[in-house]
Design a protein around this ligand. Structure first.
Ligand code: 2HA
Ligand code: ZN
Length: 270
């Protein structure tokens, strides 16, 4: 089986396309990295040779030998489905953690996403708390991004509003959302701040920029961002319609958590 024939490859391209269709990944906005099971790679016939080695600004020795499907730096989500070989790549982290080997794709000298340090630090942080973790996804989810201009940026208040906007939010992200300060993207600093939050949340807001979501597979991670983004969209409509007149109460949310067997982040409900 070739790489492009695998389900995970097709799902990766379809997910990027869906994100583009939602308007979350304009131009070169957004990036995805998918940690692969070594067994999945062994079944692939056309990724045995190293095409190129690429240096990194981050020491990823904790991920040495791991394989990832990654989006390319400066590449457009819009074009991934049409020409995956130019816009995404299959990489493996070298044993020294300082370089990566390119095994497939990223043709014409392309390199992995500029957010690779943030992604790798996030993978390391999530794997420590969930051995089934696989996906890091960044995008510029429109309404969620807009909310960072108008809503209180406290993690508790932002989480509470999202939980109140759609009944399913508490069930999908009971641990809430995290927020970091505005920072320059692509740096180790923003990666460290993001990864620190990944210890107890899967959804991190980068104010005035976008969101980071993580999960066990592409669908779950996309669904996490999609759910929060939907709540942010509802919030936008509610504000435009003149603000909240009535909403889900804290007791309702507690009953919901009980019914679905989830534990809301401590201290977030009254
Ligand atoms: O990859 O979205 O944050 C482009 C970006 C950087
Ligand atoms: Zn971005």
């Amino acid at each position: 089986m070739t790489l492009q024939e695998t389900n995970f490859f097709k799902e990766f391209c379809n997910t990027a396309n869906n994100m583009y269709q939602h308007g979350w990944d304009e131009r070169n906005g957004g990036n995805i990295t998918l940690l692969l099971d070594k067994k999945e790679i062994e079944a692939v016939s056309d990724v045995t040779k190293v095409k190129r080695s690429i240096p990194m600004i981050f020491d990823a020795s904790e991920l040495a030998g791991e394989y990832f499907l990654v989006t390319g730096s400066g590449k457009y989500f819009k074009n991934i489905k049409e020409a995956p070989e130019k816009n995404i790549g299959l990489i493996r982290v070298q044993e020294n953690g300082k370089n990566i080997d390119l095994l497939w794709g990223l043709e014409d000298g392309a390199v992995p996403t500029s957010e690779l340090p943030s992604h790798f630090m996030s993978h390391i942080a999530r794997l420590k708390v969930d051995d089934k973790h696989r996906v890091v996804m960044h995008c510029h989810a429109t309404h969620f991004l807009a909310m960072t201009f108008t809503h209180d940026l406290s993690e508790r208040e932002l989480t509470r509003t999202l939980w109140q906007m759609c009944t399913e939010c508490l069930v999908v992200f009971p641990e809430g959302v995290s927020v970091i300060p505005w920072m320059v993207p692509g740096t180790n600093q923003i990666g460290e701040a993001t990864a620190e939050k990944m210890a107890d949340t899967r959804l991190i807001v980068w104010p005035f920029h976008g969101v980071y979501g993580t999960g066990r597979d592409l669908d779950e991670t996309f669904g996490l961002i999609e759910t929060a983004e939907k709540a942010a969209e509802v919030y936008t409509f509610v504000q435009a319609q003149g603000g909240v007149k009535q909403c889900i109460t804290d007791q309702d949310l507690l009953d919901l958590a009980d019914a679905f067997g989830v534990t809301p982040k401590a201290g977030y409900l009254n």
